[in-house]
Design a protein around this ligand. Sequence first.
Ligand code: ADP
Length: 385
Amino acid sequence: MKAIGILGDGQLALMLTQAARARGVPVLALATSSDSPMARLCPAETVLVSSTRDDDALLAFARRCSVMTLESEFWTAERLAWLERESGVPVVPSAAHFAWFEGKLAQRRFFASLDLPGPRWCSAHGELDDAVAEVLRALGLPVVVKADRGGYDGLGVRVAATEPALRAALTELGLARGDAVLVEEKVAIEAELAQGILLTGQGGSVLLPLVETVQRDGVCNLVLPPDRLPEGVVAHAAHVMRLLEGSGLRGLFSVELFWTRDGRVLVNEGAPRPHNSQHVTLDASPVSQFGLLIDLLAGHPLPESVPLRRVCMVNLLGRRHTDAPTLVLPALPPGVVAHPMLYGKTQCRPGRKMGHVNLVATDDDVGRALDLRALGERVWDEYTL
Ligand code: ADP
């Protein structure tokens, strides 16, 4: 069998590679930096190219693979379509499916076409005065204004409660460049949730666990089981996720959801790839999100479901500038095992995602008695890196 190709060299590529190794499945990752997690920690599976704009290098990589997949959105559907066409090697998700996730407006249109519930939204474009009038007519205030492309971790997202703030946000997040901007009603969020789904492309799916993500300053710092949610919300989120089965999508997809104060489950955004929130499955599920994707791509049998043990994941963000990062975790209570993973990044900076740690209860009875959120918050407050 030729390799599974990963179009990227970051931590998600690294974790996919580890899952492939565990299954004896060959992988190759396309790297553009000799200092990336893949190049540093898995050099044997890494193909270093000078740039993803180098056509010959990209085609030579593709021809060593039987199928390729993605670990980031730093591609365009156009480039992926070219790669599939010229090499004859499929990308999962395909270029056509990737296009549905290319930009926040495309995603809103795609989700709406499948009747996935979301906040009320509109596209603001053209002259500023017209765009403002359209937003006020369609949504009123307050609203959340989002750059269509290029935003992540809350950059490119602005709340506007007044007309001057709306004008400024629309201008800066796109209109000044001639780009359309996504505007959404500002919903009252009770909890932010995330769920993954592996889609076979033929109507089948494997749902990953629903989790609660706790954000601070636009960045997820904790991931928890959905303990605060009534049973009905978990089932409703699963129903919403399964609406994706009708799309023909193939691959692993991740969806961020809101549980609102008035009890609605709304889709925020999706990603056509593994997701940080599902790293809990690495140590607290029989199969991880990475293992599932490799199993799909390698044609292995798929499980019916992916249960989750009692776990809290803490994202390990850099706390200082250093080129020799060392993680120190606080002492944990009995019955909890820490599974830390650092991604091999040499340059540690405040706020940079350096790794994560899963805090897993050794048995479910211990786990049920634990306040996982309080434990996660304490670890978040006390770790040094
Ligand atoms: P990014 O892609 O940068 O992560 P998101 O679209 O996820 O941006 O938005 C970042 C955060 O802004 C969300 O996690 C949520 O807290 C808040 N947010 C986004 N959309 C809305 C909305 N429609 N109503 C209220 N809050 C929102």
